[in-house]
Design a protein around this ligand. Structure first.
Ligand code: ZN
Length: 199
């Protein structure tokens, strides 16, 4: 099969979110016919990504080092933003205004799908409050049912630490996915965060 590798690349592209047959073919032929430099960079970068990507042992962010570049930075404020996935942390990071740290839960509590608090990184968040001298925890979870159940659980779990707990301001529409929220709205939701429970 001569074009086996072409089929494999096409199939791989099609497995990416939002990419169908046509887009996959456009990507492929762009790389093959128009821009071989991009092809070479992409091949190299993907290979490197595959070998280097790790999950931070402190905050569980996907990065190329553990502790990640944020946990190992010296100038981060003693604030933790709690998100469900790394994608959301990177979305907040892209606003450029947040200078605190993150904690990636690795999902949301979902009784229907059998995802319990024990499946998430909640216990070590509690430990971080003390060990890192954290002064505030910002809950930045989706405003859907699972997000609200999880926020409630996290806030309860942190109660005894006495840490200040806040939540993103409204402005994010119901069920809005943080990563698709425009940076300005996200920035505003962060800046106008409110104490948890008063929302
Ligand atoms: Zn980290």
């Amino acid at each position: 099969m001569e074009n086996d590798v072409i089929t494999r690349v096409l199939e791989a592209f099609k497995r990416l979110p939002g990419v169908g047959e046509r887009t996959a073919r456009r990507f492929l032929f762009y790389l093959l016919e128009r821009d071989r430099a991009v092809l070479s960079d992409l091949a190299q970068a993907l290979r490197e990504l595959e070998t280097r990507v790790v999950q931070c042992s402190v905050c569980h962010l996907i990065d190329v080092s553990s502790p990640c570049h944020i946990c190992s930075a010296q100038n981060r404020e003693p604030i933790i933003c709690v998100v469900s996935s790394s994608r959301e942390a990177y979305a907040i990071e892209s606003t450029g205004t947040y200078k605190g740290k993150y904690h990636v839960l690795g999902g949301l509590i979902n009784p229907v799908e059998g995802i319990t608090p024990e499946d998430l990184f909640i216990n070590d968040l509690k430990k971080r409050i003390e060990s890192e001298g954290i002064q505030e925890v910002i809950i930045a979870l989706p405003s859907n049912t699972e997000g609200e159940i999880t926020a409630h659980y996290v806030a309860n779990a942190l109660k005894e630490t006495g840490v200040k707990i806040s939540i993103l301001a409204r402005g994010l529409s119901y069920g809005a996915d943080l990563e698709y929220t425009d940076p300005l709205t996200l920035e505003r939701a962060l800046n106008y965060r409110v104490p948890y429970g008063e929302k």
